[in-house]
Design a binder for this molecule. Structure first.
Ligand SMILES: CC(C)(COP(=O)(O)OP(=O)(O)OC[C@H]1O[C@@H](n2cnc3c(N)ncnc32)[C@H](O)[C@@H]1OP(=O)(O)O)[C@@H](O)C(=O)NCCC(=O)NCCS
Length: 228
């Protein structure tokens, strides 16, 4: 079976097939935005979709990303490989290809992703968080040392705890010492909180997260440690 990678910047039938056939199966509802929200992000021009399709045009893997021009941070919002195709190298190739395209197209930029913390309770139906982290680390990802939570879709009540923020690429201009420049990451996070939750919260959890981006010397990024 031959596969090819295609890109979409507007919603179409392939986008619908990816959302319903891959993303909705791979992610718990609290981590997945609505189909209309992703379609609107594509329409708005700041999002794009890479899909790996088989000979019949059926998507077997996909990566969806959103670009923040204001902060110069590219988020890999969703990456999923259909259950039948997992473990065959498709996800790894797609991840590297997507990060390469974004890092060139958006240069200079930081590319980030959010994944479940392997130390947090596992969702059996959605894969093993330890293996998933190993997958990202094998592609060069590093864990940012911040008390991360996924902003709540619709408000702070929907926040997803037990998540990690990964850096997949940082242009040299955004690397300071052993860390990643916190200013663009903070700007990205404020924008993300405002969009998802309606405002940047002034609660302890949001303050602690934002303060972690203000550390002198940048935000440390390294391999995951269980006690982190
Ligand atoms: C994580 C995922 C994208 C990997 O794609 P893939 O094509 O299976 O991965 P590759 O063949 O390139 O690499 C294999 C590695 O992927 C990881 N992996 C494979 N299946 C996995 C699963 N069900 N759960 C978690 N990680 C998995 C492992 O690290 C594996 O290495 P290992 O076999 O030595 O443990 C894919 O398994 C998937 O879609 N999982 C569900 C959705 C998801 O977790 N998305 C990422 C969060 S944004």
């Amino acid at each position: 079976m031959g596969f090819s990678t295609v890109e979409r910047t507007v919603p179409d039938a392939l986008f619908t097939a990816v959302y319903r056939g891959l993303f909705a199966q791979a992610f718990p509802p609290e981590e997945l935005d609505g189909e209309d929200v992703l379609a609107a992000a594509l329409e708005g021009g700041a999002a794009n979709l890479f899909a790996v399709v088989d000979n019949a045009g059926t998507p077997v893997a996909a990566a969806f990303g959103e670009w923040s021009e204001a902060s110069r941070v590219q988020l890999l919002t969703y990456l999923a490989v259909g259950p039948a195709a997992r473990g065959g190298g498709i996800g790894g190739r797609l991840l590297r290809d997507a990060v390469n395209v974004w890092s060139v197209r958006r240069d200079p930029c930081i590319v980030v992703a959010e994944i479940e913390d392997p130390g947090a309770p596992a969702h059996d139906a959605h894969g093993d968080p330890r293996r998933r982290l190993a997958f990202y680390e094998a592609a060069g990802a590093r864990v940012l040392d911040v008390p991360y939570f996924q902003p709540g879709i619709g408000g702070p009540g929907g926040r997803v705890r037990g998540m990690l923020l990964l850096v997949l690429h940082a242009a040299p201009v955004f690397i300071s010492g052993d860390g990643i420049d916190g200013a663009p990451l903070r700007a990205f996070m404020e924008e993300y909180l405002a969009e998802a939750e309606g405002a940047v919260g002034d609660d302890d959890e949001a303050r602690a997260l934002l303060a972690a981006f203000d550390r002198p010397g940048g935000v440390p990024a390294g391999r995951w440690r269980a006690a982190q």
